[in-house]
Design a protein around this ligand. Structure first.
Ligand code: GLU
Length: 312
């Protein structure tokens, strides 16, 4: 049986910077995902760090065939250079299984029989899921069978996000005990992302602010698994003119519809960087050179912003 093993740093050696970009292949890359790619890439490179690429296809039913290949091709066309092999979550089931086994063995995870319908009237957590009332926490109700696996969530998680500032989340008051293996047998995103980041030794997570509300649970889970907690930076969300997050649901346009130079320039501006107008017609390599020389996480705005016409 595989055991869960977070990467470790030899005592006394300086911590390397390991960043990553982790798109879900639910469709083509859109402007919002480009922003996360650019932010995580420039932050890693300006720290002399590595930048890993992981395809988050743990949710197989939501993954679109060929979307992963399309994303990789788009990233290459934009001139991103990732380090090492691309990791695909769909091939990492054994690692998730080992982590869940460790959680079960330590008494942190328990089976849950509740259906979505039974929880439909519970208050909403920050991420839009239903707060779990703890029905199966002390054992399954008589005659019921476990469907999902949940982790006991207690305590207050505090962290300082490099863009969004100080965060204080009371786990029980927010989402409560959360799912790590779903009723359909798939591993939950929260577990997969934590196991993958820990095994790859990721030290810095730079991603979209839509994931800020998941971060407390991920920090909690890392603690239960004995893995180090990375630093976090959550980038402002890109929205359409109606203020909705760009996504497949809001029919966000594939970033491939634009010349990479124009899209990269727009992403840098969106991230609060100030590329000179003279770069507008410059080749891609020159834009990247400018980005690496001038990137500043301190200049990244906190709030969500609507994207210029044409990018959604
Ligand atoms: N797969 C997630 C997404 O595409 C990102 C997860 C992460 O960066 O932690 O929204």
């Amino acid at each position: 049986m595989q055991s869960f093993a977070p990467a470790s740093i030899a005592p006394g050696s300086p911590a390397p910077y390991i960043g990553r970009f982790a798109p879900s292949p639910t469709g083509a890359l859109h402007f919002g995902s480009l922003v996360a790619a650019v932010g995580s890439y420039l932050e890693a490179r300006t720290h002399g760090g590595r930048w890993l690429l992981r395809i988050e296809d743990v949710d197989a039913p939501r993954s679109v065939p060929d979307a992963a290949d399309g994303i990789v091709a788009t990233l290459a066309r934009f001139g991103f250079e990732w380090d090492g092999e691309i990791v695909r979550q769909s091939r990492r089931t054994a690692a998730y299984e080992a982590a869940l086994d460790a959680l079960k063995a330590a008494g942190h995870a328990y089976p849950c029989a509740c259906t979505r319908r039974e929880l439909a009237h519970e208050p909403l957590a920050r991420d839009g899921s239903r707060r779990y009332p703890g029905t199966c926490r002390d054992g399954l109700p008589p005659g019921r069978e476990g469907r999902a696996w949940r982790v006991r969530a207690e305590g207050v998680i505090r962290f300082v996000d490099a863009v969004q500032g100080e965060q204080v989340i009371d786990l029980a008051a927010d989402a409560g005990d959360y799912v790590v293996r779903r009723a359909d047998g798939l591993f939950a995103y929260q577990l997969a992302v934590v196991v993958d980041d820990a095994e790859a030794g990721v030290t810095h997570v730079v991603r979209g602010a839509d994931l800020l509300d998941s971060t407390a649970r991920q920090i909690h889970l890392l603690g239960l698994l004995g893995a180090p907690v990375p630093a976090y930076a959550h980038l402002p969300l890109a929205t359409n003119a109606a203020g909705e997050k760009l996504s497949k649901q809001t029919l966000a346009r594939a970033i491939d519809a634009h010349p990479p130079q124009a899209a990269l320039l727009a992403a840098l501006r969106f991230l609060g960087q100030n590329p000179p107008d003279a770069l507008a017609g410059a080749p891609l390599a020159e834009l990247w050179r400018w980005g690496r020389a001038h990137w500043s996480i301190a200049a990244v705005p906190r709030r969500r912003q609507a994207v210029a016409d044409g990018f959604f």
